[in-house]
Design a protein around this ligand. Structure first.
Ligand SMILES: NC(=O)c1ccc[n+]([C@@H]2O[C@H](COP(=O)([O-])OP(=O)(O)OC[C@H]3O[C@@H](n4cnc5c(N)ncnc54)[C@H](OP(=O)(O)O)[C@@H]3O)[C@@H](O)[C@H]2O)c1
Length: 265
């Protein structure tokens, strides 16, 4: 399939080469900053940068909106697509209805709409991620578009789900707890260790084992350990004393500890 990408950020960096490896052809990449689009196409077969959002003459059939969630409407308001093209966003939290409404409002020609959401975390300039293990969540405004998107997802991964926008939003919220918050807690631990001249290496094996155990069980609560799980009030009190000058960390520690104790009955 002939594909154009709008957005040259973290997700586009990984998705574009994966689509090419799966046998698709990236024609054009639009980046708000030309240098980002240029960097991205240097990893692609023969894609060109596309400086504006007028794709009326584009040979592509599929247009992937890989811009920040909050930029989708403003990009749609400037986008000119060929008649009958398919436009998808890749967001966990934006609804299909919003995209379809914006296209209704702003596009002069009929365009099919859909969602093509890969459940993974992507960062630019990291080694390319293997999409074969990544679940894709598909949603579309018509059966034909849904079948098309399922086929393209299956070209990259055997794990393809059809979720509606409400289910995808709830999945995304759960993923924020599991992924984004976990990483932020790691960053807190890193800073607490660094402040005391202790190396992050001291906890790497502990973190690796904790994540492996949690992922290899049906219910991560069943492998919870630590002072809150044991209800060691003295230990928790000593930790809270150490955090007495950092009210936000004090609150996070207290809130999560109380929740672990309530859930560990
Ligand atoms: N990263 C992930 O882990 C991940 C995972 C799953 C889904 N997603 C979804 O992927 C989409 C892109 O996320 P990302 O992480 O790749 O974001 P990102 O790294 O911040 O990249 C966003 C891209 O959008 C462009 N952009 C932002 N505002 C724009 C505007 N007003 N007009 C035109 N272009 C604009 C940026 O241009 P510049 O290059 O000029 O900054 C950049 O190319 C989002 O819908 C996100 O929910 C991301």
């Amino acid at each position: 399939m002939e594909i154009s990408l709008i957005g040259a950020g973290n997700l586009a960096w990984h998705l574009a080469p994966a689509l090419e490896t799966a046998g698709h052809h990236i024609n054009e990449v639009h980046g708000r900053q030309l240098k980002h689009a240029r960097q991205l196409i240097s990893n692609l077969y023969d894609a060109r940068t596309h400086s504006d959002l007028n794709f009326a003459e584009s040979p592509s059939q599929l247009f992937i909106l890989a811009v920040s969630d909050d930029a989708i409407e403003s990009v749609c308001s400037q986008l000119v697509l060929p008649e009958g093209a398919t436009l998808v966003h890749v967001s966990g939290s934006q609804s299909l209805t919003s995209l379809a409404n914006w296209i209704d409002i702003y596009s002069d020609v009929p365009v099919h709409t859909g969602v093509f959401y890969p459940v993974q975390t992507f960062s630019r300039e990291q080694p390319l991620i293997d999409f074969a293990t990544i679940p894709f969540c598909i949603e579309a405004s018509t059966d034909t578009t849904r079948q098309l998107l399922i086929q393209i997802a299956q070209d990259m991964s055997p794990i393809v789900y059809t979720l509606n926008s409400e289910e995808r939003l709830r999945l995304h919220m759960a993923a924020v707890f599991a992924c984004n918050f976990t990483n932020h807690l790691l960053a807190i631990a890193h800073d607490l260790l660094a402040t005391n001249n202790l190396p992050f290496d001291l906890i790497r094996p502990l973190v690796a084992e904790t994540l492996a155990k949690g992922l290899n069980t049906d219910d991560p609560a069943s492998v919870q350990t630590g002072p809150a799980r044991r209800r060691d009030q003295t230990t928790m009190g000593r930790h809270l004393s150490l955090l007495s000058t950092q009210p936000d960390l004090y609150s996070i520690y207290q809130l999560i500890s109380e929740r672990i104790q309530r859930e560990s009955v």
